[in-house]
Design a protein around this ligand. Structure first.
Ligand SMILES: Cc1ncc(C[n+]2csc(CCOP(=O)(O)OP(=O)(O)O)c2C)c(N)n1
Ligand SMILES: [Mg+2]
Length: 388
C-alpha cells in the first residue's frame, strides 16, 4: 500500500522536542548604543531630552566652558613654548577640550586620574600648576607634581601601561573600603596594546572602580583608525570582558559630561569598571615633531572645525542666557592672564641638565647606564664645541 509522506507523518506523529527556555543574553547591558550619545547638535541646539542621560546643570556647563576656554589658551601657549625651545615636545589636545575637561569635572577631588602625554590640558583643568604639568615635557626626569597629593598619576608615555596601574590602585582603594574612582585617559591606538586588555580584564574580574575613557581622535600618530581595529567601535571592546560600555560624541561637552558622570557613578557604586569611547578629533599634529599634512587632508580637518566643542557650548549657554558678551570677554581675559603668567614663569625656569636623566634610575648605576651617560656627555661636549 502506498502512502503520501504527509499521511505517514499523520499516522505516526514525531515527538515534539521540549522547548528549552532561551538562556539570558550575557551581552545585555554591556553593549554600547549604536549611535554615540549626543545631547547638543553641532550648532549648539539642544536635542530632545533623554531618560538615560539627564542634562547636567547650567552652572556645571558654564564652569566647563570656562575651563575649556582657559585650557585651549593654555594649549596654544604650550605649543608656542615649543617653538621658543622652552619645551622639548608638546602633544596638543586642541579640539579635544570637551574630553579633557569633562573627564576631570566628572570626578570628585579625591578620585584619581591616570593621564597620557596628551592630557596636559586635563591636568591644568584639574587645578595642577601648569609649570609643574609641563615639567616632563621640558625634558626633566620627574613629572613635576606630587602624584599622591594631586591624586593624579604621572603622564604616561608608554602606551596603555596606565590601564594596569589604575586597575591596581582602584582595587586597592576599594579593598580598603574607600569609594574613590580612577579615571584612565587612553587613545584609540593604545586600545590595541596588551596592557589595555589586561587592565580592563583585571578591573572587571575584581570589580575595580575604574572608568576607561578612550579619546578616539581617529589617529595614532599617522595610523588611521581603519588600520587600527576591525571592531564595530572601540567601546565594543568592553563586552568580551563583561564591562558595560558607551559611545559618546566627544565634541559635545554636555554629552561627555553626562556620560562620564554616569560611568563614574557606576564605578563608585561598586559595579566595577565602565568603558567610554568619545569620538573626537585632534586638530593639530600629533606633536610639534610631526607633520600631519603627510597623512590627512585639509578637508577632513576643516569638517571637524565645524564641530568645535567650545563654540558649541558657547552657543548653547548664550541661548540659555547664562553667558553674554561681557562674560565671554571676562573668561577670555582670565585665559590671557593664565597664559601670560605661564609664559613668564617658563621663561624664568633654569635649563634642564640632560645628564640628570641618569641620576635616579638606580641607587647604584649599572655598567650599561654608566656607558650611556658617558656617550651623552661626549655628544653634548662635541655639540658645545661645534657651537663655539
Ligand atoms: C608601548 C609604546 N609603543 C609605541 C609608542 C610610540 N607612540 C607614542 S604615541 C603613539 C600613538 C598613540 O596613539 P593613540 O593611542 O591614538 O593616542 P593619541 O596620541 O592619538 O592621543 C605611539 C605609537 C609608545 N609611546 N609606547
Ligand atoms: Mg589617537
Amino acid at each position: 500500500m502506498t502512502t503520501t509522506p504527509q499521511a505517514a507523518r499523520r499516522a505516526s506523529p514525531r515527538k515534539r522536542r521540549p522547548v528549552t527556555p532561551t538562556a539570558p543574553d550575557p551581552t545585555v547591558g554591556l553593549l554600547p548604543q549604536n549611535d554615540p550619545v549626543r545631547l547638543l547638535d553641532p550648532d549648539g541646539t539642544l536635542l530632545p531630552a533623554r531618560a538615560d542621560y539627564p542634562e547636567p546643570s547650567v552652572e556645571a556647563l558654564r564652569e566647563m566652558y570656562r575651563r575649556m576656554v582657559v585650557g585651549r589658551r593654555f594649549d596654544a601657549q604650550a605649543t608656542a613654548l615649543t617653538k621658543q625651545g622652552r619645551l622639548a615636545v608638546y602633544p596638543s589636545s586642541r579640539g579635544q577640550e570637551a574630553c579633557q575637561v569633562g573627564g576631570v569635572l566628572a570626578l570628585r577631588y579625591d578620585d584619581w586620574v591616570f593621564p597620557t602625554y596628551r592630557e596636559s590640558m586635563a591636568l591644568t583643568a584639574r587645578g595642577i600648576d601648569p609649570v609643574e604639568v609641563l615639567t616632563l615635557l621640558r625634558g626633566d626626569w620627574h613629572c613635576g607634581y606630587d602624584p599622591a597629593r594631586q591624586r593624579t598619576a604621572p603622564q604616561c608615555t608608554p602606551l596603555a601601561t596606565q590601564c594596569v596601574h589604575a586597575a591596581g590602585l582602584a582595587y586597592g582603594e576599594s579593598y580598603q573600603g574607600r569609594d574613590t574612582v580612577a579615571l584612565v585617559y587612553i587613545g584609540d591606538g593604545a586600545t590595541s596594546e596588551g596592557d589595555f586588555h589586561e587592565g580592563v580584564n583585571f578591573a572587571a574580574v575584581f570589580k575595580a572602580p575604574v572608568v576607561y575613557f578612550v579619546q578616539n581622535n581617529r589617529y595614532a600618530i599617522s595610523v588611521p583608525l581603519s588600520r587600527q581595529t576591525a571592531a564595530p567601535s572601540l567601546a565594543h571592546k568592553g563586552v568580551g570582558y563583561g564591562v558595560p560600555s558607551e559611545q559618546v560624541d566627544g565634541n559635545d561637552p554636555m554629552a561627555v559630561l553626562a556620560v562620564l558622570t554616569r560611568a563614574v557613578a557606576h564605578a563608585r557604586a561598586g559595579k566595577g569598571p565602565f568603558l567610554v569611547e568619545a569620538h573626537t578629533y585632534r586638530m593639530e599634529a600629533h606633536t610639534n615633531a610631526d607633520d600631519a599634512t603627510r597623512y590627512r587632508d585639509a578637508d577632513e580637518v576643516e569638517a571637524w572645525r565645524d564641530r568645535d566643542p567650545v563654540a558649541r557650548l558657547e552657543t548653547y549657554l548664550r541661548g540659555r542666557d547664562v553667558l553674554d558678551d561681557a562674560a565671554v570677554a571676562e573668561i577670555a581675559e582670565q585665559a590671557e592672564t593664565y597664559a601670560a603668567r605661564l609664559r613668564e614663569r617658563m621663561n624664568g625656569q633654569p635649563t634642564v641638565d640632560p645628564l640628570s636623566l641618569f641620576d635616579h634610575v638606580y641607587a647604584e648605576p649599572t655598567a650599561q647606564l654608566v656607558e650611556q651617560r658617558e656617550q651623552v656627555r661626549a655628544e653634548l661636549a662635541a655639540a658645545a664645541e661645534g657651537d663655539a
